[in-house]
Design a protein. Structure first.
Lengths: 116, 112
């Protein structure tokens, strides 16, 4: 149980385009989902916390107008990278915590974004 | 900002040997967790230790926590080639809700 999926697993796009990444909890309801980015050989950096039905909370230094997060249901959160630039190329990982059991996060497999 | 620093950054051992990774953190925590990440993949939760616990076991994993030194260690006994991965500690800070703050990670390579 506690499976989280991400789609797509990898994406290549041209500079200036927008890319949407989906994060789904497959067998549980997630009131909270988290979005991270990870550069090669580095750790995960939290970008934002996404709560179902409310606005996401962004970490300091993360542009909310550039990284749009929508958490429309208890099983789906989306991250849209708007007007992507090469420096946005990274590995984006989402995680979800089960309602009532917030300590453990279950991670998706990640989405590798390459902006040309 | 990253809460934890891990040591060593990279570790290479032979199959069957034990691997020890250390994590230090800076501020008061509710709990500390260890995760594994295979190359280019998501994270797998390994073990959680609460601030009032000192040691925890799960299979071949042994985690210790010393809150006075603000440090934790992960021991993998009888390592296998399949244990090759990056290992991260992550903390939930006191009053930090359920936000995880990750350490810098240790890249473990287990050779046959």
């Amino acid at each position: 149980g506690a499976v989280v999926s991400q789609h797509p697993s990898w994406v290549i796009c041209k500079s200036g385009t927008s890319v949407k990444i989906e994060c789904r909890s497959l067998d549980f309801q997630a009131t909270t989902m988290f979005w991270y980015r990870q550069f090669p050989k580095q750790s995960l950096m939290l970008m934002a916390t996404s709560n179902e039905g409310s606005k996401a909370t962004y970490e300091q230094g993360v542009e909310k107008d550039k990284f749009l997060i929508n958490h429309a249901s208890l099983t789906l959160s989306t991250l849209t990278v708007t007007s992507a630039h090469p420096e946005d190329s990274s590995f984006y990982i989402c995680s979800a915590s089960i309602a009532g059991s917030q300590e453990t996060q279950y991670f998706g497999p990640g989405t590798r974004l390459l902006v040309l | 900002s990253q809460q934890g620093e891990e040591d060593p950054q990279a570790l290479s051992i032979q199959e069957g040997e034990n691997a020890t990774m250390n994590c230090s953190y800076k501020t008061s925590i509710n709990n500390l967790q260890w995760y594994r990440q295979n190359s280019g993949r998501g994270l797998v939760h390994l073990i959680l230790i609460r601030s009032n616990e000192r040691e925890k076991h799960s299979g071949r994993l042994r985690v210790t926590l010393d809150t006075s030194k603000k440090s934790s260690s992960l021991l993998i006994t009888a390592s296998r080639a399949a244990d090759t991965a990056s290992y991260f500690c992550a903390t939930i800070l006191t009053g930090g809700g359920n936000k995880l703050t990750f350490g810098t990670g240790t890249q473990l390579k287990v050779e046959l």
